[in-house]
Design a protein around this ligand. Structure first.
Ligand SMILES: Nc1ncnc2c1ncn2[C@@H]1O[C@H](COP(=O)(O)OP(=O)(O)OP(=O)(O)O)[C@@H](O)[C@H]1O
Length: 260
């Protein structure tokens, strides 16, 4: 499905992405890595928000870098880490905008598009916010609305940059459960970034470990990730456990004490 081959990206003279390659065939893939590793940058490159300097990005064999904006928007949705909307749009209007790639410019959104907004707001349990102005919402509520806007775009590949940031304990699980449900039931491929490896173990099929603008391994089955990988990635010792059949990682507290 998604193939990233040797992509490079600079901000000015600073090399940010260095020959990154990986592939994601289906399901949910997660990029894990320390602050500043380049996670947001690579997601922006794949979404076409920023242009890659060299290398190739394809979806089902089609080069996305050469696509027109509207064609790419039907193929890839992108939910950013930060968002700002200054106009007093309601939540309903903001989510409806997610349908733009499918809407005929002259006819405007249809009743069916509006129905989809209601469905997605119900799915994310935020229908009570529908008439509120987006700018009046809390950080976590805004995050849920932006997730709804991405989901309604109905793209083949859905990209979410830290979809759990600002969300409370329950809503982190709710959002990832909705993403997982949509990925499974509607056969969507998802690429996201997270900071919590336990959420990644719980919801994601493949992990891509990223450090200093490089993907450390091209394909990382989550079952093969081990404490050595986390030592290389974050420079801390961790302990892995199996709890109720679920892989879990915890930092080694004795090791943490040696760091301070
Ligand atoms: N607009 C920009 N101009 C210049 N440098 C930038 C810009 N955006 C990001 N960078 C730099 O690119 C590098 C990678 O940033 P990026 O946001 O991709 O990392 P990240 O892994 O997503 O980090 P975090 O986990 O902290 O969100 C950092 O060194 C950052 O300072």
């Amino acid at each position: 499905m998604l193939r990233i081959e040797n992509i490079n990206f600079n901000y000015g003279k600073n090399k940010i992405l260095n020959d990154c390659s990986f592939k994601l065939d289906s399901g949910i893939g997660c990029i894990l890595g320390p602050n500043g590793a380049g996670k947001s940058t690579i997601l922006k490159c794949i979404s076409g928000i920023v242009p890659v300097k060299s290398g190739s990005i394809t979806i089902d064999g089609e080069k996305t870098t050469q696509m027109k904006y509207k064609d790419r928007s039907r193929l890839i949705s992108y939910s950013p880490q930060e968002f700002s909307i200054n106009f007093p749009y309601t939540v309903f209007e903001v989510v409806l905008m997610g349908r733009n790639p499918h809407v005929n410019f002259l006819a405007g959104p249809s009743k069916k598009d509006e129905q989809k907004v209601t469905e997605i707001l119900n799915l994310l349990k935020i229908s009570h916010l529908k008439d509120k102005e987006f700018i009046s919402l809390s950080g976590g509520q805004k995050r849920l609305v932006m997730i709804a806007t991405a989901l309604i775009q109905d793209a083949k590949l859905m990209i979410f940059d830290e979809p759990t940031s600002f969300l409370d304990y329950k809503n982190q699980y709710l959002v990832l459960s909705v993403i997982e449900k949509i990925s499974k039931e509607m056969n969507k491929t998802v690429l996201l970034s997270l900071h919590d490896p336990n959420l990644a173990f719980l919801f994601c099929d493949n992990l891509f470990l990223m450090k200093n603008g490089k993907i450390l391994s091209e394909i990382a089955d989550k079952n093969s990730v081990c404490p050595e990988n986390f030592q290389e990635l974050y420079g801390i010792n961790t302990k892995f456990a199996d709890i109720f059949g679920q892989k879990v990682v915890l930092p080694d507290k004795d090791y943490l004490k040696t760091m301070i």
